[in-house]
Design a binder for this molecule. Structure first.
Ligand code: NI
Length: 183
């Protein structure tokens, strides 16, 4: 396992449209998945997308678990999401705090669909159909954005961004129509 260098805002790869992954997975892509999971874990991330490590591929990791950055996150097995598509989404949007390993020291409340119906391939290339809800749906939508060159800050007004320090002070205050869904 290797800790990968995380691209920071300003890196052109973060603004590119990623390319589909081909099956069967090459040894290099299999290793990339292992390294992405390891890198997200070390960085206290609950997800990470391949473009964040300068690999412009339609691939991300969902890895919700409680951490100092997201103390209330539910626990799940880290999952590789390959060539995903969002098929449907709730009409209801809910606000929740987000940050990004590629956007240091910035947090904001982002409004996203409460649930998403998705398709993606697993490591074996088998098509999966799933519905993700609440916090995991938020991670999914955030990482899915990365595959299209979109960052969470694109969804908010500049004045709505707060520093990590400020976030730590206010993140447990109730917000309208959200249930502490921080991402
Ligand atoms: Ni991100």
């Amino acid at each position: 396992m290797s800790k990968l260098s995380i691209s920071q805002i300003g890196a052109p790869v973060l603004r590119q449209t990623a390319q589909d992954v081909e099956f069967p997975l090459s040894a290099a892509i299999q290793q990339l998945v292992i390294d992405l999971i390891y890198t997200a874990e070390l960085a206290n991330g609950v997800g990470i997308a391949a473009p964040q490590v300068a690999a412009s591929l339609n691939l991300f990791i969902l890895a919700s678990r409680p951490s100092p950055r997201y103390p209330q996150a539910p626990t799940m097995e880290p999952t590789a999401i390959i060539n995903p598509k969002i098929i449907d989404r709730s009409s209801e949007n809910i606000g929740g705090w987000e940050g990004c390993l590629s956007v240091p020291d910035q947090r904001a409340v982002v409004y996203r669909a409460r649930w998403v119906d998705v398709e993606y391939c697993n490591m074996q290339g088998e098509l999966q159909h799933k519905r993700f809800s609440d916090f995991v749906a938020r991670i999914f939508q955030h990482e899915y954005d990365h595959l299209r060159g979109v960052l969470f800050i694109d969804h908010v007004r500049p004045n709505d961004l707060v520093s990590e320090e400020k976030y730590q002070q206010i993140c447990f205050d109730p917000l309208p129509s959200q249930e502490h869904s921080v991402s």
